[in-house]
Design a protein around this ligand. Structure first.
Ligand SMILES: *[C@@H]1O[C@H](CO)[C@@H](O)[C@H](O)[C@H]1NC(C)=O
Ligand SMILES: *[C@@H]1O[C@H](CO)[C@@H](O)[C@H](O)[C@H]1NC(C)=O
Ligand SMILES: *[C@@H]1O[C@H](CO)[C@@H](O)[C@H](O)[C@H]1NC(C)=O
Ligand SMILES: *[C@@H]1O[C@H](CO)[C@@H](O)[C@H](O)[C@H]1NC(C)=O
Ligand SMILES: *[C@@H]1O[C@H](CO)[C@@H](O)[C@H](O)[C@H]1NC(C)=O
Length: 435
């Protein structure tokens, strides 16, 4: 078995990739939001297109106030009319002499488009529109993972050869975090006819792939993890200043000042995170062991609708029951089946209410003991990584994890221990350089 210090270094190595700045999520390596631009017909001076925003991320969703898609026209194109979405600005349309409400819809060279709210009249809708910019994730709400709008573009090319791809796509959700690549020509999208007996095909199709980076989204983390277990009296709190410090300018809200507007909104705590996830190792049976996960909201002004957790632990290859959360195994990636996504039960705990109200949700989960690896020693029973709503949570330092009462090291193992530690440190350094 690994020695404790070796274990800590192994865990640290394991967490290193999370520190890299690239928009790569090891728990969802191909996760992205793809924007597809399908030209369906040519008009006298342009075309009619349907744009589809599809969320191919396993667990990251977009909630109110929703997505905002921007681009720059390549050559003075004009957005003549729109269904299923609208631009935030109309821009300067004086050169077209249209009335205040007449076309064009938007004359900006860099339009920004937002979804319409549910309940807009039928003549302004198309299918898959009008959900207020909400975009579900693949696992939690695949039916709502795409958003569509239709537009008529004028002053554009009217053939495959003369039409120009828009540039500089941006996707806000609604804040920063996503980076979009260039529009690429792809095989034309096929659409089923209404009776689904025939397919029609777009004349031209372009794809834009946008990927997420937590570092772009927020300078500081938004979530932390605390730990405890039945076999130790020690409660390991969230790291101090995990998401900010109480003394920082902007401050925080006390229990009796939840209505102080506009800021601050986060309750005063030593970690200053809006969300804390607590992992308690609760019981040990002969063939099973049991954990309680609690998620607490410290934000006085935020209800997290459709919240989700992603947890990595080697024993998720043998999770038996999740009592009060939905769960879905996200693996395996390669041969490793160690990651599970959790979210609330409908009408029961699918909304994590704001702090001060019932601001927490919890569930027990039961693991079958993995014969080869199960142990309570060296913090094995604690999670390796936790994400809340797709944002990685700050773990406590590994050297303060609750310890088994008997886990005192034997002096004879010191040399071996030091050797293992040394090798792992070198490996770890090599890995970080290679990255
Ligand atoms: C985006 O997601 C789709 C669907 O999972 C995948 O086929 C595609 O390779 C991804 N693209 C990138 C650049 O990761
Ligand atoms: C796109 O962005 C680049 C870099 O910011 C800029 O130089 C270029 O002019 C932009 N293109 C358009 C069409 O706005
Ligand atoms: C959160 O939900 C509760 C109960 O539905 C509601 O009273 C409260 O106003 C909501 N808060 C926010 C910030 O939307
Ligand atoms: C991964 O583990 C879960 C149990 O937590 C199991 O239901 C699922 O079938 C496993 N998947 C694979 C591919 O082994
Ligand atoms: C899963 O747990 C059960 C119950 O403890 C055990 O019998 C089985 O061997 C475990 N399976 C694996 C793959 O570890």
């Amino acid at each position: 078995m690994m020695k404790p210090s070796a274990f800590y270094i192994a865990v640290f190595c394991f967490l290193l990739p999370a520190l890299s700045i690239e928009a790569y999520d090891p728990l969802d390596p191909t996760g992205n939001i793809t924007i597809r631009w399908d030209i369906l017909s040519w008009t006298e001076d342009g075309y009619v297109a349907i744009v589809t925003i599809r969320n191919y991320q396993m667990y990251r969703h977009i909630e109110a106030p929703g997505w905002r898609l921007g681009w720059s026209w390549a050559r003075g194109e004009v957005l003549w009319s729109m269904l299923g979405a609208e631009t935030t600005e109309r821009g300067d349309c004086s050169r077209f002499g249209g009335g205040v409400d007449g076309p064009p819809h938007c004359c900006d060279s860099s339009p920004k488009v937002v979804d319409l709210l549910p309940g807009v009249p039928y003549n302004q809708r198309i299918s898959q529109c009008c959900r207020g910019g909400n975009l579900g994730s693949m696992v939690q709400d695949q039916a709502a993972s795409a958003s569509m709008f239709q537009m008529t573009v004028a002053a554009a090319g009217t053939t495959k050869k003369t039409v120009r791809r828009p540039k500089n796509f941006t996707l806000e959700a609604p804040g920063p975090g996503y980076t979009c690549g260039p529009a690429r020509i792809v095989d034309p999208t096929r659409y089923p006819s209404p009776d689904r007996r025939r397919h029609t095909q777009a004349l031209v199709s372009w794809n834009v792939v946008c990927t997420y980076s937590q570092f772009l989204a927020s300078a500081t983390p938004t979530c932390c993890v605390s730990l405890s277990s039945f076999y130790s009296k020690m409660l390991v709190s969230c790291r101090t200043c995990a998401c900010g410090c109480k003394s920082n300018p902007g401050g925080c809200a006390g229990p009796n000042s939840p209505d102080l507007s506009p800021a601050p909104r986060v309750q005063c705590t030593s970690h200053m995170c809006p969300v804390r996830v607590h992992w308690h190792v609760k019981l040990n049976y002969k063939e099973y062991w049991r954990v309680k996960i609690s998620v607490t909201n410290f934000n006085y002004k935020m209800n997290y609708t459709q919240w989700n957790l992603v947890v990595q632990h080697p024993n998720f290859n043998n999770m038996t029951t999740s009592y009060s959360f939905n769960s879905h195994s996200l693996g395996p990636y390669g041969d490793i089946n160690d990651t599970t996504m959790f979210w609330g039960l409908e009408y029961f705990n699918d909304m994590l209410l704001e702090a001060g109200l019932e601001g927490n949700v919890r569930s027990d989960i039961l693991f079958g003991k993995s014969k080869s690896s199960f142990t309570f020693a060296n913090g094995w029973a604690f999670p390796r990584r936790i994400y809340f709503n797709g944002e990685e949570c700050v773990m406590p330092p590994v050297d303060v994890y609750p310890r088994l009462p008997s886990s005192s090291r034997k002096p004879t193992s010191c040399v071996l221990d030091a050797a293992v530690t040394c090798i792992l440190t070198l490996l770890c350094l090599a890995m970080s350089v290679w990255q």
